[in-house]
Design a protein around this ligand. Sequence first.
Ligand code: TXA
Ligand code: MG
Length: 327
Amino acid sequence: MRKFRLTAEPGTRVLAASPTTIAAAARCLAAGGLAAFPTETVYGLGADARQGEAVARLYAAKGRPAFNPLIAHVADVAGARRLGVFSVDAERLAAKFWPGPLTLVLAKRADCPVSDLALAGLDSVAVRVPAHPVAQALLNEFGGPIVAPSANRSGHVSPTKAEHVLADLRGRIDLIIDGGPCTVGVESSIVACLDGPTLLRPGGLPRAELERVIGRLLLTPAALETPLAPGMLASHYAPKTRLRLNARSVHPGEALLAFGPTAPHADGPTLNLSPTGDLIEAAANLFSHLRALDISGARAIAVMPVPNEGLGEAINDRLARAAAPKV
Ligand code: TXA
Ligand code: MG
């Protein structure tokens, strides 16, 4: 079998999504290569979850400083059952929200085929069934679990368009399947179903919808002793330009990331997450607007307040991380 090597590939091919290019991506993954693909949340950088070497190349391509466990993507619940053990809560959440923007952290099965490197040695496994038709087609064609972190350089803003992936990973990965912009725009909600159900990362599904399905409140990791989501460190999802949160006015030299119909006056570059104040639209625009303002040359980005309800919780989580001091 041909091995794809980072250094041997002169460039990164960007291919429009089609049955032919999806089949090519599946072959690339089977040969140990790295292929980025769209999901409804953000673009993922895929590798065969069972090949430790491919997973090691994936960490290197992203420049993740420490090995941080990856989400294994599968086509359906049957695929997920081959990896992890479902609790009652996990059954309910999967039945209601898969395929969709939800990741479940499950107790790892003894015969789970995902490489230890991808799990960072944990005895749990994060599993997701994405809804995007290109991701679905790729998973079905490939026929096994695909680990896929967001397809950005470590610590950078997650990509919601193929061009974002290319900007971060050109020459470091084999190919990118371009399936257009991601509709959800923030990463999946991550719920650990180990002891008490715990929201490890607010994401594409509002907390209240998850809680309605399990019939109780989700715990928050702060309430627990164990560091459950190693990736949820302070500075993450960060643009290079400094962010000033909860801005009600714009200072000279600043760009403005606005929200809602009543934006303050700004002389510099301005983008509005949602002129109508729609949090779903705002989530879909968040990362591409951050990227665009980051390269606008402004000395800082003033960010208007975003209500903390529904998808606003995930938006505010990502904004807080983007504004945190770099580590
Ligand atoms: O929407 C998404 O979830 C995207 C798309 C591509 O599916 N993927 C994504 O992956 O956001 P990534 O690697 O950027 O974030 C995965 C997070 C990390 O914070 C990691 O620490 C956490 O999931 N994680 C993975 N396995 C875990 C585990 N067994 N226990 C706790 N946290 C885990
Ligand atoms: Mg990420």
